[in-house]
Design a protein around this ligand. Structure first.
Ligand code: 13P
Ligand code: SF4
Length: 301
């Protein structure tokens, strides 16, 4: 990829000079995912790997809540996000005051915060979860009812799976909420035999049309394990690009939607982040201590 070569070379040299690593989410574009990332994965893997980083600097190629999680787990390290505007419609849907209100309305009911929330919202919660461990986290609480925020669809999907009553919030992922059950049925008609894997941020109607639902890492593992002849990943566009490069024998049907937040991260911005040591992610200590507890409780499961 000659068009990317100069930025890639510069980033590789800067990583050595700054003693830095790049953690990249599965939705990052292939030139980031395959050429400059040291660690790639879903939100759970990125959080877990963040606890094992030796380098002094972490560049988070992903969205802001992921960089905050890396910072929570590495308070002594410098965590950089290449574009401060890389938000998330789920994280933006709920405030700490909303969580306090929910608690007041449902006294004694444990609060599970999806990792796609701000550190301030995590600080108001009992425990975190990701799409990779939501079922385990909800079941670990042993409670008949839980508050699971802010993704309404993820909450409805896990309620169906576990039988636990889940109090939801009306947040949605703007990427996954766009897929419809009719679209999946159409895709099956047009591609007989296709194996359909959906992210649990999709609506329960879409998940019901899929053969399997799981986090981005679980979808990728499914393809590696089962090597279907033809597969459709009902998720963000870059996923199929990245997984297809790892499994050349598998054909991908691509009914994808783009995440505009993930796409704010580019090679030139990663390069600038390392050159200028920007944009540093910081979290107020009184928020960080409580938010870290929720994340660490999750990682202990
Ligand atoms: P996972 O990679 O944890 O499945 O999350 C998907 C997502 O939408 C992250 O923003
Ligand atoms: Fe947020 Fe959805 Fe984008 Fe993930 S894909 S960062 S959940 S808006």
């Amino acid at each position: 990829w000659p068009v990317f070569a100069e930025d890639i070379d510069a980033i590789l040299a800067l990583k050595r000079r700054r003693n830095a690593v790049v953690l990249a989410h599965n939705y990052q574009t292939p030139e980031i995912f395959h050429c400059v990332a040291d660690i790639v994965g879903d939100s759970l893997a990125l959080a877990r790997e963040a606890t094992r980083v030796d380098a002094e600097v972490i560049v988070l190629a992903g969205v802001h809540f992921m960089a905050e999680t890396a910072k929570l787990l590495n308070p002594g390290k410098t965590v950089l996000i290449p574009d401060l505007g890389a938000g998330c419609s789920l994280a933006g849907s709920i405030t700490p005051a909303d969580v306090r209100l929910l608690r007041a309305r449902h006294p004694g009911v444990p609060v599970v915060a999806y990792v796609n929330t701000s550190a301030a919202v995590k600080a108001e919660s009992d425990i975190c979860c990701t799409s990779g461990n939501v079922r385990k986290v909800v079941e670990s609480l042993g409670a008949p009812r839980v508050i699971l925020l802010p993704d309404e669809y993820l909450a409805q999907n896990v309620a169906k799976e576990t039988g636990v009553e889940v109090i939801t919030w009306a947040g949605h992922c703007e990427v996954h909420a766009r897929f419809t059950a009719a679209e999946i049925r159409q895709l099956r008609r047009e591609n007989p035999g296709v194996v359909v894997l959906a992210h649990p941020e999709c609506s329960p109607e879409v998940v019901a049309e899929a053969d399997f639902a799981g986090s981005t890492a679980m979808m990728s593992d499914f393809v590696g394990r089962n090597r279907p002849a033809r597969v459709a990943l009902i998720t963000e566009c870059s996923m199929s690009d990245n997984v297809a490069a790892q499994h050349p024998g598998v054909s991908f049907v691509r009914p994808c939607n783009l995440c505009p937040h993930m796409k704010r991260i580019t090679l030139p911005k990663i390069r600038a982040a390392l050159e200028e040591m920007r944009h540093e992610v910081t979290i107020a200590p009184e928020v960080a201590d409580r938010a870290r507890r929720a994340v660490e409780r999750m990682l202990a499961i």
